[in-house]
Design a protein around this ligand. Structure first.
Ligand SMILES: [Zn+2]
Length: 755
């Protein structure tokens, strides 16, 4: 109660002193205010419904690449022809090409802007990483940029971006082809980290994952013009769709895993081809290269080379894995009218987990994700074990190795399953629903982590999901505001990256699905978003708008609270007032008053007088004693009975019925302590042991987002109230979720006391 009084006093005070500010704040701070100022104005490219507009366009970039993997020098040499098609309504003067390897060049800004601190422990590797690696000459070495006719084309390299100055402006509908020749020193992934690179095993053999390995076109769109923000290492990629024709030459005993479909199967043995055909119609994975064969391969080093030729249509990127250590298994997965090959490639160090689970996990991912979005459109889905986690179209790199004895912990097993669901899942977001990762990490990581959670929970009962359950983010949400960023923050500026861009948005979507919208409305709207934007470039507004457009639920308050602020949910049952009906029946009411009087304890003066055995004047003098007993106060007189009869006659039948029904009435006052507005989910526990869960939509906070009241009328007596019993809201303080309050039990440790 005190809090309410205080609040009213403060409000009145501020209204008197600064009335205009008060009103402005009431407007700006309203948690249900529509997102008009935050979202861009709709236009003919992107509509107010969140769908692509009737003039939506996007660019296309096709690649023909020939590359050589030099295992001796750990170098990649390549030449490519890029054909860029201008589907925009604009004349384009220059092209921007991404040279992502330059993030590791010696002059890279990534090293310069990295904050360093000396902690208690530091080693030589730490000091190397501060300023780059002195013995590593990283970066794309551009050897030439030439026209189709063989003429030099001027270009300027600015860190990870290269501007190519075309001989003349590229008009709408035209395309421009040019050639680039380059090489780079592949990074040691185990030493320097990285999404791709090489790993050398104890036996001297190497496993390559080739990523961001060729100069790639930047995105030009209606939102940013050129998306040429530098690649600093964290904010990932923005890429255009296109068709790829890639020939990679590797040592002839290597097995190559790749985006796309293999064009020339003569790189495979007759046996391998037969096994692949068998795997296509098998309901369990078939080994194309067995463990025994892989062990044999890694013992000898081939002298010649082989060229693996792959093609992929309508992809935004292209990646490969190559090693003589690969074991390879495959299984066909039906996606409506076609068969997708789910395939895994792994060294023997990961055999015990990957042989058993990897390809099955791919198949499971395709099943769940396709149901929630659209049929998987590509011919293959590949998981490569490379002791990391990174995604590309049709292929991803994952982790999970057994120990020396061949055992693995359940932590490694579930980590491995989750990373496969996650990275294979990235095929949908952002490889097909092609958002701008350089700007927004949550649009692919958040949506993907949410679907990963759905897949996990459908893999096995009690799957230990690390992301998705509201409880999973409480630890983060109760942190200090200075250490947090809203989800709507540029990738490079995000504080607590994993919590912000993966965990929180995945919980937000799960809360929308299970609690706020319900599965029917959510699943339809989410699928609609995926279908509207597959093979296109969506922005946050397109997602926010589509979710509302397809469900009929106003979610602006939810996006505002969860995506534009760092507020947490903490709702408290501030007070429960039990209301009783004043019957006005003198007999009943006198009994009630008497009970109240009897409930009173003696005063301290009475107690002390009695203790002293005080003799009062009346107790000493019989004549002073009154003949009434103390009950005279509660006597019922004819007057009162007449008044009551008159009152009864004034009531209609319905009122009388209600009066005799013996209902229980409770007014519950809720306080929003955390700031984030959320639905109130409250369980009423009755005297007879039964329960009733009530759901009050978040809109109850529309006029007052601090304190609201709700009256509950029940037939049975309520013994306790319990907020959010199924842990749906990520409420950061549950000690105020019970009424009456519960004793909270904390645990402490006893230390041996010193003598
Ligand atoms: Zn991811």
């Amino acid at each position: 109660m005190q809090k309410i009084n205080l609040l009213i006093t403060l409000t009145v005070f501020s209204l008197i002193t600064l009335p205009t500010y008060g009103q402005k704040d009431a407007y700006n701070n309203n948690k249900f205010k529509q997102l008009d100022q935050e979202l861009p104005t709709p236009n003919s490219y992107r509509t107010g419904s969140g769908a692509p507009g009737h003039k939506y366009w996007q660019q296309k970039a096709d690649y023909t690449i020939e590359a050589l993997l030099d295992e001796e020098k750990n170098q990649l040499h390549g030449k490519e022809t890029i054909t860029y098609t201008n589907n925009s309504p604009d004349n384009i003067k220059y092209l921007w090409v991404q040279l992502d390897q330059n993030m590791r060049a010696t002059n890279s800004n990534t090293y310069k802007i990295r904050q360093n601190r000396i902690d208690e422990k530091a080693n030589s590797r730490y000091f190397e990483s501060i300023s780059g690696y002195p013995n590593y000459d990283g970066g794309h070495k551009i050897l030439e940029v030439k026209s189709k006719e063989g003429e030099d084309i001027p270009y300027v390299i600015n860190q990870t971006m290269m501007r190519v100055d075309m001989p003349q402006e590229l008009k709408p509908g035209e395309h421009f082809s040019f050639n680039i020749k380059w090489y780079y020193n592949i990074n040691n992934r185990k030493l320097m980290g990285g999404r791709g690179g090489y790993e050398t095993f104890k036996d001297g053999n190497t496993l390559y994952t080739l990523t961001q390995w060729f100069p790639r076109m930047a995105v030009y769109d209606d939102v940013n013009g050129w998306q040429n923000k530098q690649f600093l290492g964290r904010g990932e990629f923005a890429l255009a769709f296109g068709d790829y024709d890639v020939k990679l030459t590797v040592p002839d005993d290597h097995i190559v895993a790749s985006t796309g479909s293999l064009q020339d199967s003569t790189v495979l043995t007759e046996t391998q081809r037969e096994r692949l055909e068998e795997a296509k119609y098998s309901n369990k994975p078939i080994e194309i290269v067995t463990k025994k064969e892989a062990i044999k391969n890694e013992k000898k080093k081939g002298k010649g080379t082989k060229t693996w030729h792959y093609k992929a249509d309508n992809v935004r990127d292209f990646a490969l894995g190559s090693s003589r250590k690969f074991i390879w298994d495959a299984m066909g997965v039906e996606q409506n009218d076609k068969i997708v090959m789910a395939m895994s490639y792994y060294p023997k160090d990961a055999y015990n987990l990957y042989n058993r689970y990897s390809t099955e996990a791919i198949a499971h991912t395709l099943e769940v994700y396709s149901r929630m979005t659209f049929d998987y459109p590509y011919p293959v889905a590949i998981s490569v074990e490379a002791e990391n986690g990174m995604e590309y179209p049709m292929i991803c790199f994952n982790y999970g190795r057994q120990d020396e004895e061949g055992n693995y912990s359940s932590r490694i097993k579930y980590g491995m399953l989750s990373v496969v669901f996650h990275e294979v899942g990235h095929n949908y977001f952002p490889m097909i629903v092609n958002s701008d990762e350089r700007q927004w990490t949550w649009m692919d990581e958040g949506l993907n982590s949410f679907l990963q959670f759905v897949a996990e929970q459908e893999w096995e009962w009690n799957y230990p999901s690390q992301e998705g359950f509201p409880d999973n983010i409480i630890e983060y949400m109760e942190g200090v505001p200075e250490g947090m960023s809203p989800i709507m923050t540029n990738s490079e500026s995000i504080k607590q990256f994993g919590w912000n861009a993966y965990s929180k948005p995945s919980v937000a979507l799960n809360v929308l699905r299970e609690t706020i919208m319900g599965r029917e409305l959510f699943d339809y709207a989410f699928k609609e978003y995926a279908q509207r934007w597959k093979f296109k470039h969506p922005t946050p507004a397109d997602f926010f708008r589509t979710m509302e457009d397809a469900s009929g639920v106003d979610l602006d308050w939810f996006w505002r609270g969860w995506f534009y602020t760092t507020e947490a949910c903490d709702i408290s049952i501030a007070e429960v007032i039990t209301m009783q009906l004043d019957t006005q029946d003198p007999n009943k009411e006198m009994t009630h008053l008497k009970a109240l009087e009897n409930d009173k304890r003696p005063t301290i003066t009475e107690i002390n007088n009695q203790k002293e055995g005080l003799e009062t004047r009346v107790s000493k003098n019989e004549n002073l004693k009154d003949f009434y007993n103390t009950d005279y106060k509660y006597s019922v007189y004819q007057d009162d009975l007449d008044k009551y009869k008159k009152y009864q006659n004034s009531l209609n039948e319905k009122d009388k019925e209600w009066m005799e029904s013996n209902k229980y009435v409770y007014q519950v006052n809720f306080e929003n302590v955390g700031g984030l507005v959320m639905p109130i989910i409250i369980e009423l526990n009755f005297e007879d042991g039964s329960k009733d869960k009530k759901y009050i939509p978040a809109e109850i906070w529309k006029k007052d987002d601090k304190i609201v009241s709700k009256v509950f009328v029940t037939d049975k007596k309520v013994t306790s109230f319990f907020l959010d019993p199924n842990r749906e809201t990520a409420d950061i303080d549950t000690s105020n979720n019970h009424f009456p309050r519960r004793n909270s039990v904390n645990r402490f440790q006893l230390y041996k006391s010193k003598k």
